[in-house]
Write a new protein. Structure first.
Length: 295
């Protein structure tokens, strides 16, 4: 059964008009949930309900460029801008030092960067799908992982725009099938197609990857935010990863990831789950997240 968000609304933050899903009391501790590619705020539909029931103000924005959030006003999508978005959303949503961040895929490094840039804003961090940046980079250049990460290099080419758009985003359907084998992504893919329905939206999603490897896409004045994503995360962090992840192999995630996370951090390897472990095994992952935030 699909879980509808308790509320939907828009907020203005960092020059972007963010659409978001939210649940729970607005005076509860803020838990900001950040999605990745190729995904939307709907990915947190199960977690928002559980967070709200526990008394948290749970908020899942559509990230910049992903409809119905607006396109980036400067046309850029580097990590420094993502970090600045998170900090601005924290301000607009009334976050305090008791707030927490949950990030998956691209949302994970955005959470790492915001947490490192201004640690006083966030008490706990949860991340999945992409380990801390320095740990991820060391895994990225192993042969087995290079084969899995072919799409990163393909997205740098002008061929990607047409290829990804072809046949109703069939390439994206293929990524979901490879990354989370056996998971029925019908609902999630429909939401992705809605969000990336125009060439401008699809170009924005690909621009995340192009900015990743092109320093010219970085934004002047956000150098510290850009650099923060490469720094260790000072807060206690729960990192989860599916054992059957076809995007970033489980063998690339070792206890060494904890070396880049704050004291008391925890590694959770999720059985019978691929890249989207929070959707494939929501009961197990949500329970771990709630226990982590309450501890």
């Amino acid at each position: 059964m699909t879980t509808e968000p308790a509320r939907t609304r828009r907020v203005e933050a960092n020059g972007v008009s963010f659409a978001l899903h939210e649940a729970g009391p607005q005076d509860g501790p803020l838990v900001l949930c950040l999605h990745g590619f190729p995904d939307t705020a709907w990915t947190w539909r199960h977690l928002l309900v559980d967070l709200a029931a526990a008394g948290y103000h749970a908020v899942a924005p559509f990230m910049r460029g992903y409809a119905p959030t607006s396109l980036a006003p400067d046309g850029r999508y580097p990590m420094g801008s993502l970090v600045a978005d998170v900090l601005a959303l924290h301000d607009v949503l009334g976050g305090t030092g008791d707030s927490a961040l949950v990030g998956h895929d691209w949302g994970a490094p955005a959470a790492y960067g915001a947490a490192a840039f201004d640690p006083g804003r966030f008490r706990k961090i949860v991340a999945g799908g992409v380990p801390p940046t320095l740990s991820f980079l060391s895994a990225l250049f192993r042969f087995a992982q290079l084969k899995r990460s072919w799409y990163i290099w393909f997205f740098q080419t002008p061929l990607a725009d047409g290829a990804v758009a072809a046949d109703d985003l069939a390439l994206i359907s293929g990524l979901w099938a490879d990354w989370s084998p056996g998971y029925d992504a019908t609902f999630d893919l429909a939401k992705v197609r809605e969000s990336l329905a125009t060439p401008e939206r699809l170009a924005a999603a690909l621009a995340y990857y192009r900015a990743m490897l092109d320093p010219a896409q970085h934004v002047e004045g956000l150098e510290a935010e850009q650099a923060a994503a490469m720094q260790p995360v000072p807060q206690p962090t729960l990192y989860y990863h599916g054992l059957d992840d076809g995007c970033l192999g489980a063998e690339a995630v070792t206890p060494a990831v904890l070396d880049h996370l704050g004291p008391g951090s925890r590694l959770l390897m999720v059985e019978k789950a691929g890249h989207f472990a929070h959707l494939e095994q929501p009961a197990a992952v949500n329970s771990a997240i709630l226990d982590w935030l309450a501890s």
